[in-house]
Design a protein around this ligand. Structure first.
Ligand code: SF4
Ligand code: SF4
Ligand code: FES
Length: 341
């Protein structure tokens, strides 16, 4: 079958352009097989990374029809069938149309040439979470650190990460927040927390709790879970760190924790949120954070001026039911976490 590959090419001083290549391919060919043929048979100047051809090294990450993936894992047949499910055509007979596959470099990283991106920001963000088992405060055993099979099995899922960058490329939070370290780094952070040999959990939780650089920067868009070729499920790992932070740290330790705790307290108290108190408690830290209070003062004044500031609060009629519901969930969570411990 014929397929047109539209490759987004980029070269310094020339910006980006789209170049089309038509190949005769088999459905079982991988996208990497096709890129190799383009390079070997049609255009030796096309640049892309590859190594193992086997979903091991993580080198061949790129965007295939907008989805970050490994070129050596995706084959033409499954890619075209995915496309046919998401594209709508009013033309009932499109057997004459040659299918197209659009290939672009990974997102959220500067492009060096064609499909090759500069991975330095990716590695720097990984480094920022201290992705090494701590050796401080440990007595180095004579030969090695032993783990039970159960302790080792806790690391299986996060240990599968091959650092391909697909999650980082697809991360919406990373796109708008240059401080956010990214899903790959936080999945690794959870791997460190789970490691029985690491003694730094407490300081790690403080570090990952820091404003929107760590776990609170994640907007839970699910994209990292969706694209990860190794089923690391970075978003689930981030949620596990959040749970641990919420259990172990009090609400003075970060605005993000106050946000969650105050929200639940206010809904329990009035069935819905009393907006007047919310900002004062979360951003103003119960009147202790003067800088925070000053930062929301202009908004309060604008609301007053436009008649949008609520002077009174009326509790919801269903407050009791809502409060009972929250209490039951909290009780259930508490007992299941004490069982797990
Ligand atoms: S779930 Fe969070 S970490 Fe994952 S892609 Fe979305 S914003 Fe990024
Ligand atoms: S978590 Fe998955 S998508 Fe992200 S770098 Fe690791 S293997 Fe790639
Ligand atoms: S070439 Fe190694 S993962 Fe694709």
């Amino acid at each position: 079958m014929e397929v047109i590959f539209k490759v987004i090419r980029y070269q310094d001083n020339h910006g980006s352009s789209v170049q089309s290549y038509t190949l005769n391919v088999e459905p079982a060919n991988t996208v990497l097989d096709c890129l190799n043929r383009i390079k070997w048979e049609l255009d030796g100047s096309l640049a892309f990374r590859k190594n193992c051809r086997n979903t091991i090294c993580g080198s061949c990450g790129m965007k295939i029809n907008g989805r970050s993936a490994l070129a050596c894992k995706e084959n033409i047949g499954s890619e075209l069938s995915r496309l046919s499910k998401i594209s709508y055509s009013s033309d009932s007979d499109n057997s004459e149309i040659i299918p197209e596959i659009i290939i672009a470099p990974l997102g959220n990283l500067p492009v060096i040439k064609d499909l090759i991106v500069d991975m330095n920001p990716f590695w720097d963000n990984l480094e920022a979470v201290q992705p090494y088992v701590s050796t401080d405060a440990r007595n180095i055993p004579e030969r090695e650190f032993l783990q039970t099979p159960e302790q080792r099995s806790l690391l299986n899922q996060t240990g599968n990460c091959i650092m391909c960058g697909a999650c980082y490329s697809q991360c919406n939070a990373r796109e708008v927040n240059p401080d956010f370290v990214g899903p790959h780094a936080l999945a690794k952070a959870q791997r460190m927390i789970l490691d029985s040999r690491d003694t730094d959990t407490n300081s790690r939780l403080d570090q990952y709790n820091h404003e929107t650089k760590g776990v609170w920067g994640c907007t839970r868009c699910y994209m990292c879970n969706e694209v990860c070729p190794m089923e690391v499920e970075p978003m689930e790992q981030i949620s596990k760190i959040k749970q641990q932070i919420l259990q172990q740290k009090d609400d003075s330790s970060s605005r993000a924790i106050r946000h969650r705790k105050v929200l639940i307290d206010l809904v329990k108290e009035g069935g819905w949120i009393d907006e007047r108190k919310f900002g004062l408690m979360v951003i103003g830290n119960y009147f202790r954070d003067v800088k925070g209070l000053l930062s929301i003062a202009p908004l309060g004044l604008r609301m007053l001026a436009t008649g949008k500031f609520p002077f009174s609060f009326e509790a919801s009629e269903g407050t009791e039911v809502v409060a009972n519901l929250i209490n039951s969930v909290q009780l259930e969570t508490k007992s299941s976490s004490s069982l797990a411990n």
